[in-house]
Design a protein. Structure first.
Length: 129
């Protein structure tokens, strides 16, 4: 009887254990991913904290930031980024060789999913004479 009870209890927990590890990756400080979104190559670097999830669609990234986390999205082709956010802060910088979008969610906020669309618009290099 004890063996049967133990077998029933163990069998109840097996599906939970098996599902918990499938397709899960933790993205923490220092992690960099190279992603292709709508034919554009974008590097996503976690600069602080943890990113809970990244989903790549045809032309959009859905990035779920944990409170206190920040990321940089970089385009070596100097493409612009459009984005949709609520509480996260955003900072776009275009340099002579790349463009980047920084996103951060302050500690104390709830998690937030930000949608980002890398465009095919290349920003021109402007020279100051």
């Amino acid at each position: 009887m004890k063996q049967l009870s133990l077998l029933i209890i163990v069998s109840l927990f097996l599906p939970v254990v098996a599902l918990a590890a499938f397709n899960e990756v933790s993205l923490t400080t220092g992690t960099t991913l190279r992603l292709t979104v709508g034919g554009n190559t974008v590097d996503l670097t976690v600069t602080n904290g943890t990113v809970e999830s990244v989903t790549v669609y045809d032309s959009t990234l859905a990035i779920t930031l944990a409170a206190g986390s920040s990321i940089d999205l970089t385009s070596a082709n100097r493409y612009t980024f459009s984005y949709n956010k609520s509480n996260a802060t955003a900072n776009f910088v275009c340099g002579s060789s790349s463009s980047s979008l920084g996103l951060a969610l302050v500690a104390g906020q709830t998690t937030e999913t930000v949608s980002v669309n890398p465009s095919t618009t290349v920003l021109p290099v402007r020279h100051l004479w």
